[in-house]
Design a binder for this molecule. Structure first.
Ligand SMILES: Cc1cc2nc3c(=O)[nH]c(=O)nc-3n(C[C@H](O)[C@H](O)[C@H](O)COP(=O)(O)OP(=O)(O)OC[C@H]3O[C@@H](n4cnc5c(N)ncnc54)[C@H](O)[C@@H]3O)c2cc1C
Length: 389
């Protein structure tokens, strides 16, 4: 089969793999464990790992050289994220792959100076503050209000599902600066330090056991120079960041399928010549094809980015396929395991260490996270197929 990667892309990958193989195994193992435990919140070892990569010049693969990046293509950046994920190591998902590139395009000179090099050093972690209790799919109805007071904005309101807020250094905060009816034309984007006075964070634990948060903002004062773009023009920064984010969903199904294969292998099921074993092989083969399709969806989006265009519909298609496939793999796995499959993650008796059980509990939330699948279908219909709303 013809390779989908160019020679340069293969050699980039070989260099990256050699670099990662040479890192301190104790740090890698501690980071991997921490990341499997909760991939949504990079913590102590994850940060240490990202700082190591930053110091060695491995972060910001596709960022322009003038901002400290390697100046490579979006596809190579995507390969970097994939390789790290395959090793279950944090790849700086939102900060490095989504916020950073938007700052490169839309940030002021001051913001570029303040943030870009520190992101590349692995020092900064952004959480995304878009959703509110009454503004999710219909984000343009958000109400968290920012009122200009001299050189500052004073912000009041509440955000919800602010994943990573408890470990982040900054919040990428969407606020209303226009009239209540101004919808997406009255939204601004403010970079907010997480330790600013007036911010309270409360945990929300999802059914999969991962932590997300509610964030309350009471008279939080943010310098106006921390607004990204013009006042009331924050929508462009939000949609650009969301498109980048959706391109980087793709590896979990592969990892979950591996857990299924490990379990079946350990149970000796691939060796048997029974009808069930035959069915198992067929099912695993079909899922492996679907995992590869997921990868190709994401890779196609990365190629579109590399060509200087925005993969609106492709990013949405990728996100739907990814989320639904995760759920399907875990569901199929538990069916194959039978009733022992319901033994919860964390129990020493859980087959396959309970990863599929936990995966089945956590995967439904991804019908919502990153924008619901129904909304993605709308984007595919309008942006991708040119249908009218
Ligand atoms: C685990 C997790 C992590 C998240 N992390 C973040 C984060 O870090 N930062 C952040 O800002 N947000 C985050 N979110 C929020 C996420 O983006 C929202 O949940 C999502 O946009 C949906 O909003 P909602 O929950 O208010 O649901 P609603 O918008 O109320 O939707 C409810 C249902 O109605 C459907 N629906 C709504 N409108 C339409 C329509 N026009 N056409 C068809 N169907 C429609 C939806 O598809 C959904 O099924 C996260 C969510 C989850 C679950």
């Amino acid at each position: 089969m013809k390779s989908l990667l160019t020679q340069d892309e293969w050699s980039f990958l070989a260099d990256l793999r050699a670099y990662l193989d040479g890192l301190d195994p104790a740090l890698i193992e501690a980071t991997r464990r921490e990341n499997i435990e909760d991939p949504m919140q990079p913590r102590e070892h994850g940060r240490q790992f990202l700082r190591r990569l930053g110091a060695d010049g491995w972060l910001g693969v596709s960022w322009p050289r003038e901002y400290g990046g390697q100046g490579r293509s979006a596809l190579e950046h995507w390969l970097f994220a994939e390789e790290l994920y395959n090793r279950r190591l944090p790849n700086g998902l939102l900060t490095l792959n989504s916020i950073g590139p938007v700052l490169v395009r839309l940030g002021s000179d001051l913001q570029k100076q303040q943030y870009l090099l520190r992101i590349l050093a692995g020092e900064l972690e952004f959480a995304i503050g878009y959703s509110e209790p009454d503004a999710g799919s219909d984000l343009a109805s958000l109400r968290t209000k920012a009122v200009r007071d001299g050189d500052e904005y004073v912000v009041n309101g509440q955000k919800i599902w602010t994943t990573g807020a408890s470990v982040a250094t900054h919040l990428w905060l969407a606020v209303r600066t226009g009239t209540p009816e101004s919808r997406h034309r009255g939204v601004s984007l403010l970079i907010t330090p997480m330790d600013a006075p007036g911010i309270t964070i409360r945990p929300i634990i999802t059914q999969g056991g991962e932590r997300t948060n509610a964030v309350f903002l009471d008279d939080v004062r943010i310098p106006a120079e921390q607004r990204v773009g013009e006042e009331n023009a924050g929508w462009a920064a939000i949609t650009a960041a969301l498109n980048f984010e959706r391109m980087f969903y793709h590896n979990e199904p592969r990892w979950e399928l591996r857990q299924l294969v490990h379990w079946a292998d350990d149970a000796g099921l691939f060796e048997e010549e029974t009808a069930q074993a035959h069915e198992l092989r067929t099912v695993v083969g079909e899922l492996a094809v679907d995992v590869e399709i997921c990868r190709l969806f994401a890779q196609r989006g990365a190629r579109i980015l590399a060509a200087g265009r925005v993969p609106y519909a492709e990013a949405s298609a990728n996100k739907i396929w990814w989320g639904e496939l995760r759920q399907r793999i875990c569901d199929t796995g538990l069916d194959l395991i039978g009733e022992d499959g319901t033994i919860a993650y964390g129990s020493p008796y859980a087959p396959g260490d309970g990863h599929l059980e936990r995966g089945l509990r956590s995967s439904p939330v991804w019908r919502f996270g990153g924008g619901t699948n129904e909304i993605q279908l709308d984007i595919i219909a309008t942006r991708g197929l040119g249908m009218e709303k």
